[in-house]
Design a protein around this ligand. Sequence first.
Ligand code: 2M8
Length: 419
Amino acid sequence: MGPRLTGDETALWVAAARVLDANWTGTATVPSPGLYPHQWSWDSAFVGMGLAHHRPDRARTEFLSLFRGQWATGLLPHIVFSSTEPRDAYFPGPELWRSVEQPAAPRGVLTSALAQPPLHALTALRMAQASDGADRAFLVPLYPCLVAQHAYLARDRDIGGSGLVSLCHPWESGLDDSPAWDPPLAAVDPRGRTYHGGDQDRYVALVAGMRAAGYRAEYLRDDHPFVVEDPLFNAVYLASTHALAELADLTGADPRPHREAAERIHGALLDRLWDESAGCFRPRDLRTGRLIPETTEAGFAPLLDPELPAEIVRALADLLLSARFAGAAGYPVPTCDVQSAAFDRGTYSRGPTWVNTNWLLWSGACAHDLGGVADLLFGSTVRLVRQSGFREFYDPFDGSGQGSHDFSWSAALLLDLLA
Ligand code: 2M8
């Protein structure tokens, strides 16, 4: 048991720890039993935030397992497939990616070939801060892997040449079906394939194009149809770049390249994704050159930037608290502007409230001394799990639980909130 808690919080802590224990495979934590039977990259980073307080030994093993999937290019794939699950346990499985045919992919483990928001360096820093000096030996092998992960993103994925990473697939965003992806996805030719219908065809077509090109950076830069700079991905990338500088200090490496990279990402976020007239950050579609006119929760993620100018922090807090987001919901924060035509209270990233995005915004609010916003996010998240359990996502109006049960990051981040 970690911190001093009230009786009610103690019960929540114990319940959260039980979910993490049940979802532990021996080497990694699955996002949820049944639906997601493999290891997902940013899920593991969120899980590590919680395990750092509950089972730091497991947090370290979780990362070792994840980084076994890292490619020679530095890509940390968004799924590391379990070798003990049946091939059809999850769609799309290893056969879509065919990582085994790629010379840069690791041997002995099957993976996807996309990234996810790179929260890992920040998690590694939290793991180090939560442990005493003797336990920091894990950083010695991990630090170069984190550096390689960031180097891949800077080298192969800065498609606009600005310092920001581009997403090449909605699955890389972590908010897969966000309405923000509707316009760039509409431009993708699904090539008549029918897998699950609708956007699934386009998701699969995007991967097929990448795979046929050997997942090469030149193809992504010159020919791939979906190339988008996203504020959430890049805000997480920036927070982790700052964390890399601190990890460099801890391991005796040179922090200066990471500080310089952070400065560049900070500048590019403001120059390219801040929409002054709308008072929020928006994704930029590099194939049209334009900002995507949908306001989603991802636009608040740059609160994670410790150097965000005060007037922008204020504008974001005002919009977050307004009747378009938290002000309209009993259980904030809805993933999408509730006044948007695309808002849908019951569908994944098109409206529901999620623990992981609440946690990201809570972290950003704490860093900017937005006490009222931080308290609102903390209170909403704790009420959600107390009322409905550790679900994948929740109805933002009545707080009812939706999607998978016993969802790992909902449990892990509750531990971090309470710690
Ligand atoms: C969801 O994504 C997967 C594809 O990667 C799916 O829809 O099947 C998203 O919520 C993603 O952010 C998350 O990492 C993954 C596993 O929890 O599920």
